[in-house]
Write a protein of this length. Structure first.
Length: 490
């Protein structure tokens, strides 16, 4: 397989980070102005250079690349930008194909999955037909790469209806997925599909497939992939008490092994042991202190905080008891879950409210309502000032981390899902009923399940959540997101 390292000439940016190596590659192609950059910006992990979005057709710009994470898998995304079809007025197919060959071919060579994007308002143009032919023959046919057909700017019900989308079937690349990139509507379905296709090409953690190992493995830690040290990030809004929590934990923990100071812009990591377990405390708070005088600091804090989440296994989300859960907290929580990180919610400064007898219960209700997607997440009430319940934070962090390694037995998983499907039939879509044939936990850290179904496009959001709930009824996976990947199996 070709990888970035053998193709460095394809990348104009010399500061290509280490992490791009050996990652699956997803390439976005399509005519200029269909919305590739908009999608690119919404899927790349935070803290990276964004692509320029412009309504000027054919604007010349460099290819953008970044990393994205979905269902616990990280991959590189390349936006071929304005490279493809700079000669938009030129209708000669040979010229177009040459152009693809020259400019985008290098990117396509690297690709594991190609997202081919069209504009619902424009329908199918000559260009699109040429690109489709090229993708069918060269990319799908010869290289056996997967192509995901996406129709963008499907901003409303009519535009994304089957009726409207039908016309795109004649490209011979399967049924398209509708997208409204500006509203991020449809992104999840596209990324699900990308991961599904990626798994077929590059099954990851195959050695962990439970079927071969028998069911006696239930609950056993999967040591093959268990990280050496538990990486914990303390996140939350400015002033919520991140530095204080950090200091309190360090003060209470006598077994600090070492501190490694980073460069001016890097966080400082603290290594310690807690009840025999190695822990790395990632410093988030220091970032703010060091950069407080810089311009645009609010945005920088957020970006750095989000980047910190991407480095951790367990995030401790601190909430202010006076202001309650804010929209920023919700955004941080979403980011944690999207990146399949485990999470604990800690309501800090509890010393300020402890006297009020009913407040804890009310608080619980408020938090559960505001962070609704976090019902499996433990909530603790702490005070970084007095040290109240501070030890609980580390105990819980270790506990939820271990949940990331919990292995579900294949038999129990299939029993659970079979029963769930009997109790609540999947709704029939387009005259077709979803059938789950077999399921297995393919990975741990984070827990990832493959569900083999007759047609993955029949899985609806509410049914996915229902199945997730059914799994959690058998094993809670405390504080830990679990990933359900639906794969076609005819
Ligand atoms: P690219 O050239 O393919 O990278 O396209 P851009 O991402 O630069 O988008 C081109 C234009 O289309 C911009 O003005 C976007 O705001 C607009 N656009 C992108 N996605 C959507 C969408 O989902 N709906 C609508 N209505 N406009 C969009
Ligand atoms: P950060 O910006 O999130 O790192 O927050 P800091 O740790 O700097 O704390 C902000 C302010 O809240 C400081 O004045 C702290 O003394 C105060 N603070 C932090 N934790 C607590 C707590 O548990 N109780 C009380 N009463 N004040 C706290």
């Amino acid at each position: 397989r070709l990888r970035y390292e053998s193709q460095t000439s394809a990348i104009e940016d010399e500061t290509e980070p280490e992490i791009y190596h050996n990652m699956p590659v997803v390439v976005l192609v399509g005519r200029p102005n269909v919305g590739k950059s908009t999608l690119f910006n919404s899927i790349i992990d935070s803290g990276q250079k964004k692509a320029i979005v412009t309504s000027i057709s054919g604007t010349t710009r460099d290819r953008s690349y970044g990393t994205a994470t979905w269902l616990g898998r990280q991959f590189t995304v390349i936006d071929t930008g304005g490279l493809l079809g700079l000669n938009v007025r030129h209708q000669d197919p040979d010229v177009i194909v040459n152009h693809i060959r020259d400019q985008t071919f290098v990117a396509l060579q690297e690709a594991d999955v190609v997202i081919f994007m069209l504009d619902v308002h424009e329908g199918i143009t000559t260009h699109d037909i040429e690109i489709a032919r090229f993708l069918r023959t060269r990319i799908q046919g010869r290289e056996e790469k997967k192509v995901v057909l996406v129709v963008n700017k499907a901003d409303n019900v009519i535009l994304k209806s089957e009726e409207t989308l039908k016309q795109f079937d004649r490209l011979g690349l399967g049924s398209p997925l509708p997208l409204s990139a500006v509203h991020s509507d449809g992104v999840a379905d596209i990324l699900d599909r990308v991961i599904e296709d990626m798994e077929v090409r590059l099954p990851e953690g195959n050695e962990l497939v439970l079927g071969n190992k028998g069911d006696s493995e239930e609950g056993k830690k999967v040591s093959e992939v268990q990280p050496d040290s538990i990486r914990i990030a303390i996140v939350g809004q400015p002033n919520v008490g991140k530095s204080s929590t950090m200091n309190q934990i360090i003060r209470q923990n006598r077994s600090i092994v070492s501190e490694i100071s980073g460069t001016t812009h890097d966080p400082v990591d603290h290594f310690m042991e807690h009840e025999g377990r190695k822990i790395t405390l990632i410093d988030t708070a220091g970032i703010r202190k060091r950069t407080i005088r810089e311009k645009g600091i609010e945005q920088l804090i957020t970006m750095k905080a989000l980047a910190t989440i991407e480095r951790c296994h367990v995030a401790i989300l601190l909430i202010d008891p006076v202001n309650g859960v804010s929209t920023q907290d919700q955004m941080i929580a979403t980011h944690i879950i999207q990146h399949s990180k485990s999470v604990i919610v800690a309501v800090n400064k509890w010393d300020l409210l402890r006297e009020v007898p009913s407040s804890r219960e009310e608080y619980m209700k408020h938090i559960r309502a505001q962070l609704r997607f976090l019902e499996y997440v433990p909530v603790v009430f702490v005070s970084a000032k007095t040290g109240y319940h501070m030890k609980d934070i580390l105990d819980l962090a270790v506990k939820v981390f271990d949940e990331r390694g919990f292995k579900f037995s294949t038999k129990k998983l299939n029993d659970t899902l079979r029963r769930a499907a009997i109790n609540h039939n999947p709704t029939v879509t387009r005259g077709k009923a979803l059938k789950i044939k077999f399921a297995t936990q393919v990975r741990s850290f984070p827990p990832t399940f493959s569900l083999f179904v007759n047609d993955a496009s029949l899985v609806q959001g509410h049914y996915r959540r229902y199945l997730e709930g059914a799994i959690r009824e058998r094993h809670e996976y405390l504080g830990t997101p679990i990933n359900l990947v639906f794969r076609r199996n005819d």
